[in-house]
Design a protein around this ligand. Structure first.
Ligand code: AMP
Ligand code: ZN
Length: 458
């Protein structure tokens, strides 16, 4: 089968390379997913959107049934333990709640569901199996209930990030744990205290380190070697370097994935947006509150805004960028309102994506389609098909839809107010809210389990 060329920039070789899948009938991609302890910020949305565009392109080139995309959910992590304790809820409650919001966020951003979204806690057996292999082959050692990867045992450690061991040691804040043989050795398994989540293992009750989770989940769902591994640029070192060390040494392979792709940072005033710096806006806030630029932003605007810059460049996140994106999208909406479905996506757009996801060029091509449609005073079927292909749902810009969703939000907020009034036995206020909604034609139904649902009076 001959497939048209796709070029991608490979962090391993620092060059743009022609993409050749191991098996064109099953193109395999793994992207590091969220640690579900808190809402995702718009910087976290960048890899979600970038690799969704790549997923869509691969499906277009190889056929939807010939592409497997795995994005994991990290549901065991010390940040999760700390947050659950802080909030006084169980770890399960925290990860379930956070994952639910995450799934709603990525859907609103127009991302397709990956083929699989494995959870770390469902792959403890595979993690233990990899660690046992590493110990057996002399690449890991157990000490004090911990298991550590023996970094000097791997001669080409540092290949992805292009650092030598000496440089790394010099640059590291050396963690002088007594059980470590070498300064750069990293944790594969660690002991859990009574109140911490833990699993029985040959080294006692404990839990995995972060890096081993991805080696186990990619192995379980994509095999020992696969095609593309992606994530943000901050993951190159140590996370991806350590994934490579674990997987290559456990399976005695030269490569874990053939192509490593990394998106650049989303920045605020020149600094990486991050939870630790506190300079972040969550996807949820952008979609559902008016905190950023005084209005709610439809997911399609956030998605388009992200694509206006090439994925490897830094992107500055500003209200201005969203405003310009909204304007472009409104023009596209206008020129597709009565367009017919079923056309093919624009060839120039496909070509641009084949060149290492050149989405900046995609935006230029979309602009040309809009300009032509205005000049010829017609609706563009091709533009509609291209937007659908890119995951840009222009219908979200329909003002009627916005009104419907705003009304729904208002009703739901009032129901919450009423539940709060009832909880504090303020029956007068509760009745007042019920009457107010009845006057709007909204009928409330109180259920035995304490929940309230609503319907429109017929
Ligand atoms: P984390 O929850 O920090 O592991 O991040 C999840 C994903 O978002 C990873 O692929 C990170 O590299 C990526 N990421 C985090 N912050 C940013 C940012 N400011 N810009 C772009 N990508 C980011
Ligand atoms: Zn990972």
């Amino acid at each position: 089968m001959s497939t048209p060329a796709l070029k991608i920039y490979n962090t391993l070789t620092r060059t743009k390379e022609e993409f050749r899948p191991l098996d064109p009938a099953n193109v395999r991609m793994y992207v590091c997913g969220p640690t579900v302890y808190d809402y995702a910020h718009i910087g976290n949305a960048r890899p979600l959107i970038v690799f969704d565009v790549l997923f869509r392109l691969l499906r277009h080139l190889y056929g939807a049934e010939h592409v497997t995309y795995v994005r994991n959910i990290t549901d065991v992590d010390d940040k999760i333990n700390a947050r659950a304790a802080e909030r006084g809820i169980s770890i399960r409650e925290l990860t379930e709640e956070t994952n639910k919001v995450f799934q709603a966020d990525v859907k609103a951003l127009g991302c397709l569901e990956p083929t699989m979204q494995p959870r770390a806690t469902d792959h403890i057996a595979q993690m233990i199996a990899i660690i046992e292999r590493l110990i057996a082959s002399g690449h890991a050692y157990a000490a004090d209930g911990h298991v550590l990867f023996d970094v000097p045992s791997m001669p080409n450690y540092g290949r992805l990030s292009r650092r030598s061991l000496d440089e790394m040691i010099a640059g590291a804040r050396v963690d002088v744990a007594p059980y470590k043989r070498g300064d750069m050795d990293f944790v594969l398994w660690k002991p859990s205290k009574e109140n911490e989540p833990g699993w029985d293992s040959p080294w006692g009750r404990g839990r995995p380190g972060w890096h081993i989770e991805c080696s186990a989940m990619s192995w379980a769902h994509l095999g020992e070697t696969f095609d593309i591994h992606g994530g943000g640029i901050d993951l190159v070192f140590p996370h991806h370097e350590n994934e490579i060390a674990q997987s290559c040494c456990a399976f005695d392979r030269d490569v874990m994935a053939n192509y490593w792709m990394h998106n650049g940072f989303l920045q605020v005033e020149g600094e990486k947006m991050s939870k630790s710096l506190g300079n972040f806006v969550t996807i949820h806030e952008l979609l559902h509150t008016e905190k950023f630029g005084g209005r709610k932003w439809p997911g399609v605007v956030l998605r388009y805004a992200m694509l206006t810059t090439h994925y490897r460049q830094p992107i500055d996140w500003t209200v201005e960028r969203l405003k310009v994106s909204l304007k472009h999208l409104n023009d596209m909406y206008d020129r597709t309102r009565h367009a017919k479905t079923g056309a093919c996506p624009n060839e120039r757009v496909i070509q641009a994506l084949r060149d290492d996801l050149n989405t900046h060029e995609v935006v230029v091509a979309l602009g040309k389609l809009v300009g032509d449609a205005f000049r010829e005073a017609k609706f563009s079927d091709e533009l509609l098909a291209t937007c659908a292909f890119l995951g840009l749902d222009l219908e979200e810009l329909d003002p009627k839809k916005t009104i419907v969703s705003e009304t729904q939000m208002l009703i739901e907020t009032r129901i919450e107010d009423r539940l709060a009034a009832r909880a504090s036995k303020n029956w007068a206020e509760s009745d007042r809210i019920r009457d107010e909604l009845t006057a709007m034609g909204i009928i409330l139904k109180d259920h035995k389990d304490g929940a309230t649902t609503w319907e429109v009076k017929r």
